[in-house]
Design a protein around this ligand. Sequence first.
Ligand code: SF4
Ligand code: SF4
Length: 248
Amino acid sequence: MNNPLLSIIKTGIITQKDLFPDLTDDAIGLPSLTSTPCRSADCMKCVSACPTRAITVDDDLVTLDRGSCLGCNQCVAACPSGTIVADRSTKTAVRTRKELVISNQVKPVTTSAPTKLPFQRSLHVREVATGDNACDLEVIASTNAIFDIARFGIHFVASPRFADALLLTGPVGRAMQEPLRRCYDAMAEPRLVIAAGVSAISGGLHGGGYAEANGVDSILPVSAYIPGDPPHPWSIIHGLMLAMGRLE
Ligand code: SF4
Ligand code: SF4
């Protein structure tokens, strides 16, 4: 039963029991790469189509930075070889920036869970929104009865003084860099920073701008990255649970 509304009406159960289900066919996910050989010599259509220069092609080596990807699907539509395909997974978050850079030839980088896990049972999150309203709406959606993020021990708080984690959505423009540092300084240790959405990870469309830090990790240490523009509520929950150390 893929239609969530129909499922609620028929079963009377609102909260999704299965964790991290794949996206439905009508949703656009992030692109992924297959090992199918690329036709770079006479193509480069993906490079031309990408608005954020997230893809590079060198001979038949294709590299895609999901941390710069808007999920517009233009590269998937343009690719004649099937090297770039749509990824329907909602388990998209990673612990390190380099894990977001994928290639059709090199095996993906993976990192193990941190050894110190002070937040494995619960996490109090202060969200700071610096301008990506779409991402904010998905964070709000993660708290509704369908996703019910509170069942994982994750709660949003109104002040950094009560927070274990700073969840940033939006670009890190010059005017927000000092407030973000102050917010981080106001949090008691140990503390986490989580970047949600392409703007917080790399600046997205704002990347390379004169006032742009090109991602929050240039000013604060980041424990988890949640790609997407915006990320799905399940991906946001995935990133928070990854930062807590509850997922491999
Ligand atoms: S889906 Fe991502 S990588 Fe592909 S064209 Fe759009 S922004 Fe670029
Ligand atoms: S669009 Fe596909 S075939 Fe063309 S360069 Fe990009 S990855 Fe290669």
